[in-house]
Design a protein around this ligand. Sequence first.
Ligand code: UTP
Length: 292
Amino acid sequence: MTPQTIRKAVIPAAGFGTRFLPATKATPKEMLPLVDKPLIQYGVEEAVAAGCTDIIIVTGRGKTTMEDHFDRSPELEAALGARGKTELLQLVQSIASLARISYVRQPDALGLGHAVLMAKELVGQEPFAVILPDDIVDAQPGCLAQMVAAFAETQATILGTEWVEGDAISLYGCLDCTPHPTNPRLVAVNNLVEKPRPQEAPSQNAIIGRYILTPRIFAMIEQLTPGTGGELQLTDALRALLKYEQIYGFHYQGQRYDAGDKLGFLKATVDFALQHDAVGPAFRNWLRTQKF
Ligand code: UTP
């Protein structure tokens, strides 16, 4: 069989972002900027860097600024051109040509599994990536590119995985897994548990917001019985998928930030500001003058 490649990435962005209220009352969490770039653009760029040509953003009511962000902006472009701001003009134009981006609505925020299911028709019958835009991974090559390279080897579902310390495991989906015989970055998944109590966690391997999924996941989500509040969870669908297919966890190299959470967002902001070409050196100098 011809090896399959990952051309499509789904970016669920229809959640309420309650951890960031009131900022997210009328502004999508995914549009909050790390220094000068919205979270969702980091996700799109990571997908493109991994070779994806088609991005499917799952959106919802009150989230149209995301569509505007990735579209042309003729008035702004004309104004920048007239003022001779060529670099800014190129920057603005480049966003609109990052990838082929489609949008699908999730009418109600019924969980991550449900959000992924909304992309079923646009994905079709091929393996695809999922990027949660509030999980920012600073890595070179990017986290998804590392996973796509592993997929070339496994041709199976791969979950981005990270080792977390102590009780923190109860904030994540957790893997019961065994090491891969030849690739030290891969683990073979035996079972998955969503947010286990620390004493019941089968390991400290947490699932992060990066996935490569086979199209059978859609049938697994469709067969789920809705949980609390009618939600369909991706972890439950993955557990069902295990009956049919092998699933791997992949230990990526890089630094992840939970930018959907205030503390994680602040850490990411500081680290990205320090690395920023224009403001990094001045920000570092200013930080040095501060007393903590
Ligand atoms: P989160 O659980 O981090 O986002 O989902 P949330 O629900 O918006 O945030 P809080 O917990 O209330 O603060 C991870 C990603 O999945 C999307 C979110 O928009 C976010 O990008 N998501 C979540 C959906 O698209 N639909 C859903 O039903 C749930």
